[in-house]
Design a binder for this molecule. Sequence first.
Ligand code: HSE
Length: 442
Amino acid sequence: MTAADPAARRLRVALLGCGNVGSEVVRLLNEQAADLAARVGTPLELAGIAVRRLDKPRPDIDPALLTTDAPALVARDDVDIVIEVIGGIEPARSLLLDAMKTGKAVVTANKALLAEDGATVFGAAREYGADLYYEAAVAGAIPLLRPLRESLVGDHVHRVLGIVNGTTNYILDQMDTHGAGFADALDEAQALGYAEADPTADIEGFDAAAKAAILAQLAFHSAVTAADVHRQGITDVTAADVASAKAMGCVVKLLAICERIPARGGRNGRGVSVRVHPAMIPRSHPLASVREAYNAVFIEAESAGSLMFYGAGAGGAPTASAVLGDLVAVARNKAGGARGPVESTYAALPVLPMGETITRYHVSLAVADRPGVLAQVAEEFARQDVSIQAVRQEGHGDDAQLVLVTHRGRDAALTATVDALRRLESVREVASVMRVEGDEIL
Ligand code: HSE
């Protein structure tokens, strides 16, 4: 390679996968070629695109670039950078490991792989000295991972609280805005293309749990996998829950919450809590205003204070924007002989069981409306050392509902209280139980 031979200095890119995101990556690479070359300092060139089927119409793509042999594309000596947007565990993992082993830099949008087996992939990046960037794996276009990996790496993150799944946010927003039931809101989300034909990964919280694991690992420098995340989806959220939240000036959101659990005298905390579940948040909280299919993440750090990141969490072009940002970063590193950040898990904080997490509950009970019932209910909270913040009665006689909101307490104590309430003769039904985040309520 000589300075007189600019073609030799091109950085060649292999793209694995050409669906919604991949085809947008190709479009941006072509349309912005001159700007990207100027930003990197050297041109980027597509060396090949691995696809599952060659016969699918792709009018804007040079057919000579297409191949169904992804391993051979990754193994090519003239490839410098591999972008993976196939998703899933295999063959993506083997392809990425082979790429790093042969000195290639890697950009991936694969949240499932990083959340399930990040240790293998991060370990390979470390072992082979390869760049591994994955901004597109969490919340599409929103810059979140680079802020955690780089901008905030000198700070001490206490908490990451986010709406990281657009499908469920759309459904809950419809329930809140129009009083729709869950099933109707899901139907509408499917009709509009927000929800997949099989919506399980979104509505049961698997997608958000994978993202929470990746965020927690970066925030707390500790290994966290999807299996460590306490997960509860939104399928049991009813129109009555949403109405009850509304009556208290709250809105129901599916939250991904990653936080340190304090320890006496210890700076790092006793461990971390990583969880995904529906929760009521006050309408005054910044996350309450995140509507439709948008995502937003709130980060609380010791010196930085509170930060909020908001935007499109999915979609071809927004996700491709994050991929291109990573591509420019790894290309600059390659061109300059530099290396990006390596994951650290030095803090090794354990992920604590959900029972040890500190939460607040909103509990709605159908009760007998007679003297002493409130005292019996309050007694069950007291028995578990759970302090009540507010009580409201709605209706009377056969229609009496008691709504209680607790102060913060151990989740195990709160669930034990609810179990005890279910056994009380004066409680006809525990109509709704939901966790509450944020301070001002009732
Ligand atoms: N299905 C996800 C969502 C996007 O609804 O936000 C991909 O993670």
